[in-house]
Design a protein around this ligand. Structure first.
Ligand SMILES: *Cc1c(COP(=O)(O)O)cnc(C)c1O
Length: 391
């Protein structure tokens, strides 16, 4: 069926003006619970005049995180990108590192920023995670590592990637920015590969305003990363390692402590929303909600739909229609890292080896979720999409 060409946003709005929501519904609107618990921590931080530099709040937060994830070490960082950069450097990765293109651009940038070539491998279109066979095809004598990404909180194929890592003597780590609270074969994400990095950015399921961490069971690696995040200082006046400033500040750790107490509630709300989205979208032909394995933990933070080619209007027109209603749906992670700069210029033909990435990038929409989603919003969002299906 030929697609209808829709240029006029007015034409798409089911209610005409005004939009269905007077306040914009953002994807990744921060989950905030107990303001008082946070403010109590902050008052204590201010009274103590210890604002940063591995203070007591950061130390308490790291201990809580390590026990929550069931790992020996959690090294808190100022954000998820620095966590990636420091982990990559502490592992000694050089040359080429295999990553998905279907991820947030920070995964690739953290390599390029350090003079390492990100080599993009294709994904399994059913899960949106790295396809182990595609990873094998991208190995070269220059490959030193693989970074798996647990996209949308669904664990990457950990065992298969570990096998490749063992067989070829390349290191394996994970970008777990989406996967706080997720599991793989029943075990919490955080323990896999050499280490796993998390992001606690405001838009993630669990946030510390900005923040991140690296989880690992490797004592030596944890020690190196602790040095690296604080300029290589080991005590006063004594610098024993190259380093940068990757420290988490006390106020961010306070937010983490306050939010961690309510993370299970976030997950429960998100999961209920996911079920509501599934029911509301069920009757709409050509729009499919990405499902997660009910036997694994996931924060259900990401509500991802895929638009079939046969749907009467394009993916971009659906997004435009939603935006006209103040529903600020996103096209994460369109158009894929390989189509962003500098990678597009460096590897202009990368897309030829990434057919599934390209196809998925053209059909994905991420919808709003989280504890601030208004009552009834899901039915309205589904109604906007259903209206387009009937055109
Ligand atoms: C958010 C994110 C990052 C970067 O984390 P920041 O805390 O924003 O620096 C890295 N990788 C993925 C997959 C992400 O979603």
């Amino acid at each position: 069926m030929p697609r209808k060409d829709i240029r006029n946003k007015q034409d798409l709005a089911i209610h005409g003006a005004p939009p269905a929501f007077d306040q914009p519904l953002h994807v990744g609107r921060p989950n905030i619970f107990d303001q008082q618990a946070f403010l109590t921590h902050v008052a204590r931080i201010l009274d103590s005049r210890w604002l940063t530099n591995d203070g007591p709040t950061v130390q308490a937060f790291e201990h809580r995180l390590a026990s929550y994830l069931g790992v020996k070490h959690c090294v808190a960082m100022c954000n998820g990108t620095i966590a990636l950069e420091i982990a990559i450097r502490a592992l000694g990765l050089t040359g080429e590192v295999i990553v998905p293109s279907w991820t947030f651009v920070a995964t690739a940038h953290a390599l390029h920023w350090q003079g390492i070539t990100p080599v993009f491998a294709d994904i399994d279109p059913a899960t949106h995670n790295l396809d182990p066979d595609a990873v094998r095809r991208m190995l070269t004598p220059r490959t030193t590592g693989i970074i798996g990404v647990h996209l949308w909180g669904r664990a990457a194929p950990v065992d298969e990637l570990q096998n490749i890592s063992d067989q070829h003597g390349v290191k394996l780590m994970f970008d777990a920015a989406h996967a706080f609270g997720s599991s793989y074969k029943g075990q919490p994400v955080g323990r896999f590969g050499c280490c796993e990095t998390f992001s606690f950015h405001a838009t993630k399921a669990f946030n510390t305003f900005e923040g991140g961490a690296v989880a690992t069971n490797d004592d030596k690696l944890a020690e190196t990363m602790r040095l690296m995040r604080n300029f290589g200082f080991k005590g006063y006046d004594k610098v024993i390692h190259p380093g940068t400033n990757g420290k988490m500040i006390e106020v961010c750790a306070a937010m983490g402590l306050a939010n961690l107490d309510h993370f299970d509630t976030v997950v429960a709300i998100n999961k209920r929303h996911h079920n509501d989205y599934r029911d509301a979208l069920k009757g709409i032909h050509g729009v499919n909600l990405l499902r997660f394995d009910p036997n694994e933990n996931n924060s259900y933070h990401y509500v991802v739909i895929e638009v079939d080619r046969g749907f009467p209007v394009s993916r971009d027109d659906i997004v435009a229609a939603l935006h006209a209603e103040n529903i600020l749906a996103r096209k994460y992670f369109w158009p894929g890292c390989h189509n962003m700069q500098p990678y597009r210029a460096l590897f202009p033909h990368a897309g030829l080896l990434l057919p599934h990435t390209q196809a998925v990038a053209d059909r994905v929409i991420v919808l709003p979720n989280g504890n601030s989603l208004p009552e009834g919003a899901i039915d309205t969002i589904a109604a906007v999409i259903a209206q387009l299906a009937d055109r």
